[in-house]
Ligand binder design. Structure first.
Ligand code: FAD
Length: 430
């Protein structure tokens, strides 16, 4: 298989081999075509099988998009809105449905991993969110209350407890969502592909969908050397959305963000840095995060406002961050560095759309898409099966493009500056 399309990530280098897939080179028919071979597309496929056997078309290799590039933190919350805000925005009934979907999303990931024996794909040992300032402990307490009241297994961590679990004195306390954890992003997406394929999904890689045309009561999806005729379509392209469906790309802002992995840390250091192998991401707007891979590499990263000399700047910047949080780590040596795109929405809420009869999509992970994309796969599968849009656990909305999309996308990363300033202000105020 040509692996050249995958970035030089620790995940591509260490994942179990993918199932064999080939480009589409004939004209075929299927009930359902799914465009995009990441968590969304493959979870949709898995939730359709075995009675519906969809076709998946992927431009590159499985996991080429964010699903093969992310930090693998499995988080059963949204990045900004907590339950009370979700209810204020969506109303009581729909809001509670959305909250339940998000609450159960991390467990869904690990249930699928266990059910389908996905090799080395995940570790359900909880996700931790440390507070970067004393004031942020109020937000942490609010989250513990609101998510705890909705049945998520959570605990507040006082400063000393957090220090014991993380090996760091850098934070002021935090909380743990026990159903969260970490996945090996590429092992998980390949595991989903294998499981879906075993239930009858046909996966074609290096097969970009080039056009989507209505033909009487069917859709025809064309690739370079083939086509699929189907009655229902799922667009599972998220931040990697192209111009296949008019205006869709302009409803989200794709934001580049970087990941990097150290060389394996020594056994001694690992005993004191995240000794329980927890994954964490803190309350900063300019997020600080870290987790281990299976070989004891610490995988972290950051965003940059401008792309120049990026890799060298990141090595220094993220190295210093890790040393600040974990002084016992010593010198930080980097082994892998890569990047990917997040799909952001202006209100940080996900979007679910029915684009035309039988054409479904969701977008807008806002940085929390490992668990959410998996859960949205189940939602999309239900819609494909004919569930009423009124019964979907998220409101189905019309497409709304981001005003000034080109400029907003170009300058999206400058918002990082504001986030850094407010992170610092919060810390200095207290
Ligand atoms: C660097 C980074 C770190 C992240 N860290 C985390 C994290 O720790 N925790 C978390 O919860 N979330 C994280 N996320 C977000 C999470 O990775 C994504 O939300 C999730 O992977 C989205 O999955 P998806 O299947 O919807 O999209 P993707 O995985 O992006 O898949 C879309 C696929 O569609 C394909 N495609 C596009 N157009 C076409 C076409 N015309 N024809 C065929 N195929 C097409 C693309 O090639 C791509 O493979 C991170 C994201 C990034 C980029």
């Amino acid at each position: 298989m040509d692996k050249s399309s995958l970035p030089n990530s620790v995940w591509a280098a260490t994942a179990p081999s993918p199932i064999e897939t080939y480009p589409l080179e004939e004209d075929i028919s299927s009930e359902v075509v799914i465009i995009g071979g990441g968590y969304t597309g493959l979870s949709t496929a898995l939730h359709l099988g075995p009675d519906i056997c969809p076709v998946v078309l992927e431009t590159n290799d499985i996991g080429y998009g964010a699903s093969g590039r992310n930090n693998g933190l499995v988080i059963p919350t949204l990045s900004k809105a907590d339950p009370e805000e979700i209810i204020r925005t969506y109303g009581k009934e729909k809001g509670e449905q959305t909250i339940a979907l998000i609450r159960d999303s991390a467990s869904l990931v690990f249930d699928l991993i266990r059910k389908h024996n996905m090799e080395k794909a995940g570790e359900q040992n909880g996700w931790i969110q440390p507070a970067h300032s004393p004031g942020r402990m109020k937000l942490v307490e609010k989250r513990v209350k609101e998510w705890g009241d909705r049945g998520l297994k959570v605990d507040l961590l006082e400063r000393e407890q957090l220090e014991k679990i993380t090996g760091s004195k850098a934070w002021f306390g935090g909380w743990i969502a026990h159903e969260g954890g970490t996945v090996h992003p590429m092992a998980y997406v390949r595991g989903l592909a294998k499981a879906a394929s075993s239930l009858g999904t046909k996966i074609y890689t290096n097969s970009p969908a080039l056009s989507l045309i209505r033909d009487n009561d069917h859709w025809i999806v064309r690739t370079e050397n083939g086509s699929v005729k189907a009655s229902r379509i799922v667009l599972a392209t998220n931040a990697y959305t192209d111009d296949l469906w008019p205006r869709l790309r302009r409803t989200i802002v794709p934001v580049k963000t970087w990941q990097m992995a150290t060389k394996p840390l020594s056994d001694n250091v690992r005993k004191t840095v995240l000794p329980g192998r927890h994954g964490l991401s803190d309350t900063r707007g300019d997020l600080e995060f870290a987790r281990y891979d299976w070989d004891g590499r610490l995988v972290s990263g950051a965003s940059l406002i401008f792309d120049f000399n990026s890799e060298e700047r990141l090595k220094e910047h993220v190295g210093k961050r890790l040393q600040k949080n974990f002084p016992q780590i010593g010198e930080v040596e980097w082994e892998f560095i890569w990047n990917g795109f997040l799909s952001m929405t202006t209100d940080y809420l996900p979007r679910l759309h029915v684009l035309a009869p039988g054409v479904f999509t969701w977008l807008g992970c806002n940085g929390r898409g490992v668990a959410l994309s998996t859960a949205m796969g189940a939602v999309l599968a239900d819609l494909v099966r004919g569930q009423s849009i009124n019964d979907a656990p998220l409101p189905v909305t019309d497409l709304k493009t981001v005003p000034g999309h080109g400029l907003v996308t170009r300058f999206a990363r400058t918002s990082l500056l504001n986030r850094r300033i407010s992170d610092r202000k919060e810390l200095n105020l207290e």
